[in-house]
Design a protein around this ligand. Structure first.
Ligand code: FES
Length: 176
């Protein structure tokens, strides 16, 4: 369960499906010489449901994780910190990997340009907006900001749309 804090954000919940999710991602991935992992290979998981890219754990900078600005639109996952990074339509978002309904690890469905939960099939847009399903809010966003050519994310906190709609809406980096 999540825990409310004074700042309106909540502690990021444990992801019940994340251990399975990590194995799932890693079993289908191949690490490149640069340390960036690209999802490859055939399996029972349809191609459209595989993540596009895994990224190494962000460098720790005074409690925040630092990531390079995604060079193009797409979805990346830091499995060490259960963070989904999205660049979409000139904006960058960081999401909790866990579904806000019952904390199952979410999947990116490239062909449909949306996220989907494998447990009860809630669907979310690339900006995390709730589309349909049992979930009652959009994907949880993490505090995010830009510092030069890096994106800094507080991986220990989340903004939940239903309890902090302003914080949730402002958890975005707009690229100019
Ligand atoms: S756990 Fe994701 S919709 Fe139920």
């Amino acid at each position: 369960m999540t825990r409310q804090t004074e700042g309106g954000t909540t502690k990021k919940p444990a992801c019940e499906g994340c251990e399975l999710g990590r194995r799932d991602f890693l079993l289908r991935a191949s690490r490149t010489a640069l340390g960036i992992v690209v999802a490859l290979g055939g399996s029972a998981m349809p191609a459209s449901a595989r993540p596009l890219r895994l990224i190494p754990s962000g460098e720790d900078l005074n409690g925040e994780k630092a990531y390079p600005i995604p060079p193009q639109d797409g979805v990346s996952i830091d499995t060490d910190n259960d963070v989904i990074m999205v660049r979409h339509a000139g904006r960058v978002y960081a999401f909790a990997l866990s579904c806000p309904h019952q904390n199952t690890a979410l999947r990116w469905r490239k062909a449909d340009n949306r996220f989907e939960c494998p447990k009860h099939h809630s669907k979310y847009g690339p900006d995390g907006t709730y589309l349909s399903g049992r979930a009652t809010r959009s994907m949880d966003r993490l505090p995010i900001r830009r510092a030069g050519d890096q994106i800094l994310v507080d991986v220990d906190m989340v903004f939940q749309e239903d309890t902090d709609p302003t914080g949730w809406a402002e958890a975005v980096v707009t690229l100019s």
